[in-house]
Ligand binder design. Structure first.
Ligand SMILES: [Zn+2]
Length: 90
């Protein structure tokens, strides 16, 4: 029988799902948002801050989509201030 499906690699290191469009992407295409200690979401510039993280495409459409759907709030159970969106769209 034909095997058209390529085998899944055993490791999916570096692949994350964008919380806005639910598409998978490599970490480099995404921006990481973490839940800070005080329950407020913030952009993780280093990509390795401790804590729960959500990923979002570096794409204005996904950023806007996430903002409208409150996808980051729901994913992280964190509060998202308007300054976060300002930072993401700059
Ligand atoms: Zn996306």
């Amino acid at each position: 029988m034909p095997t058209t499906q390529p085998e899944q690699p055993p490791s999916r290191v570096g692949i994350r799902t964008c919380v806005a469009c639910r598409q998978e992407a490599g970490k480099r295409a995404l921006v990481r948002i973490v839940r800070g200690a005080e329950g407020a979401a913030r952009v993780d510039m280093t990509g390795r801050a401790p804590g729960r993280g959500a990923y979002l495409h570096r794409d204005p459409a996904c950023i806007e989509n996430a903002r409208r759907k409150r996808a980051v709030e729901r994913s992280l159970h964190a509060t998202v201030g308007s300054d976060l969106w300002t930072q993401l769209s700059s």
